[in-house]
Every structure is written in structure tokens, then in C-alpha cells.
Design a protein around this ligand. Structure first.
Ligand code: NAD
Length: 253
């Protein structure tokens, strides 16, 4: 059985991923701001360092997989908090564990979103990909929740596509799942937010399969990509969204 690390395992999609990995007999090391093996705030540079150090001390022989799942939805404020956790928290932990994953030819599954393709590239996504946290945060605090959230997930997806070849050369597979609306505390908070609540409810009502996702729907896909069943899959972004992305972008893939 394998040894896996993840962030954001306390609630929602992350809790379902943790439960599935445990049910498959794996060891799981969880980082979160609450209810976790390692308590760390991934919105800060110090928290990211302590998350990586905590995992390293528990898995010195390497990791079979890593899922940077912690994230904030569009109801979080200030907007730059979304940027800090969703992009910089995910990338810093992934990069910080890269050598541990190389040791065991591990698999990384990042969490994007089906909102990632919905906005164009701009100076915000450019600042994210350049690793300029101060600039990205200053830019987004002047904009809106949707740009903060979708832009953070767009940049995570582009970072993954840009780095999957180098990771593959170390034997590490690097993929993402892009969930659609999934019933979690993040969505509950978004639904009651005055800025994005109505748009979230309208989006949920238009899912082609006629329902929102459940955390286990997403966990199943994440665990497939982590497993040897996906041994030839890397650099992929797998939409698990009830058909929304295909409905909205039929000619792009
Ligand atoms: P959630 O709120 O249930 O889970 C998020 C987790 O991240 C929680 O355990 C939370 O404690 C943790 N977290 C938040 N801030 C943190 C911080 N500063 N440091 C450490 N941990 C922190 O939400 P969820 O919907 O399960 O979200 C999981 C992932 O899925 C996120 O990356 C989210 O963006 C993504 N996602 C969710 C949806 C959806 O509709 N629910 C859709 C697309 C993508």
C-alpha cells in the first residue's frame, strides 16, 4: 500500500479523497488549517514551509502521491486570500515535495476547476505564473471574486501543463481534476455570498447531467489518476463537471 500526502483534507472534496485513499488501505498525511495531521496556514510563506517540512519528516522514504486540494471559494475575502491559498499554496507544496515524489515515481493530482477556461489570460495570471505573489495579490484586490478564483485555477492548470514534461522526466505524473459545482462547505458559502451567490445558483441549475457533484464523484477521479490504472496519463486536466465544460466550449479541448 502507498503513502500519500494531501492538503485540504478536513472537509468537502479533500475529506472524500482522504476517505477513499484510507479505504484502499493507503497511509495518508493531511495538511489543513484545522483537523489535520499537520496544521498549517497555506496562505502564508511560513505555513507552506511548515506543511512541507511536516510531510518530509513523516515520509522521508518518499511519496506515492500528493494532492494539493486546499482551496478557498469566491466568497473568501480579501480576494487575494484566494490567490494565496489556491495558487501559491498549491504550487509551493507541490514544488517542495517534488524530490520525495521522484523517489517513488509518484503521482500528483492538482485541483483545478471548470471555471479555469472561462476567463482570458491577463496580467493577473501572468503575475501568478511569474511567481510574483505581491503583484498578483495587489492586482486582484482591485478586481472581483470571479477573476480571483477562476484566474487562480487557470494559472494552476497552466503551471501544470508547463511543468508536466519536466516532472515526467523524473518519473512523476502530474495531472489535475477540474470539478464543476460540487456540494461542499465552499459552495454553501458561495451560494449565500451577495457578489457571486446568484451566479452560483444559476450555474448549478444548468448542469447537463441535472445535478451538482458530490465530493465522492470528484474523489473517484482523483484516486483513479493517482493510481497505476492511469500509468500513461500525465499533463492532463480531467473535467468532472456533469458536462458543463463541453456544453460551454464544445469546439475546444
Ligand atoms: P472545502 O471548503 O470543503 O475544503 C477546502 C479545504 O481547504 C478545507 O479543509 C479547508 O480547511 C482547507 N483550507 C482552506 N484555507 C486553508 C488554508 N489557508 N490553509 C490550509 N488549508 C486551508 O471546499 P471544497 O469545495 O472541498 O474545495 C476543495 C478544492 O476543490 C478547492 O481547491 C476548490 O477550489 C476546488 N473546487 C471546488 C469546487 C466546488 O464546487 N466545491 C469546484 C471546483 C474546484
Amino acid at each position: 500500500m502507498g503513502i500519500y500526502a494531501m492538503t485540504g483534507g478536513a472537509t468537502g472534496i479533500g475529506a472524500a479523497i482522504k476517505a477513499q485513499l484510507l479505504s484502499e488501505g493507503h497511509e495518508v498525511i493531511v495538511v489543513d488549517i484545522k483537523d489535520a495531521d499537520i496544521i498549517a496556514d497555506l496562505s502564508t510563506a511560513e505555513g507552506r514551509v511548515s506543511a512541507v517540512e511536516g510531510i518530509r519528516s513523516r515520509a522521508p522514504e518518499g511519496l506515492d502521491g500528493f494532492v494539493p486540494c486546499a482551496g478557498l471559494g469566491p466568497a473568501a475575502r480579501p480576494y487575494s486570500l484566494i490567490t494565496r491559498v489556491n495558487y501559491f499554496g498549491a504550487i509551493a507544496t507541490t514544488e517542495g515535495l517534488r524530490d520525495l515524489l521522484a523517489k517513488r515515481k509518484g503521482s500528483i493530482v492538482m485541483i483545478s476547476s471548470n471555471s479555469a477556461p472561462m476567463l482570458p489570460d491577463d496580467d493577473y495570471t501572468a503575475a501568478l505564473l511569474a511567481g510574483d505573489e505581491d503583484k498578483a495579490c495587489a492586482l486582484i484586490d482591485e478586481r472581483d471574486a470571479n477573476q480571483a478564483y477562476a484566474g487562480s485555477k487557470r494559472a494552476v492548470s497552466q503551471w501544470l501543463r508547463s511543468n508536466s514534461t519536466a516532472y515526467a522526466q523524473q518519473g512523476i505524473r502530474l495531472n489535475a481534476v477540474a470539478p464543476g459545482i460540487t456540494q461542499t462547505p465552499l459552495v454553501d458559502a458561495s451560494n449565500s455570498d451577495p457578489e457571486v451567490g446568484q451566479a452560483m445558483k444559476d450555474f448549478a441549475a444548468s448542469v447537463p447531467l441535472g445535478r451538482v457533484g458530490q465530493p465522492a464523484d470528484i474523489a473517484q477521479v482523483v484516486c483513479f489518476l493517482l493510481s497505476d490504472k492511469a500509468a500513461f496519463v500525465t499533463g492532463s486536466i480531467f473535467f468532472a463537471d456533469g458536462g458543463h465544460d463541453a456544453m460551454l466550449r464544445p469546439m475546444q479541448f
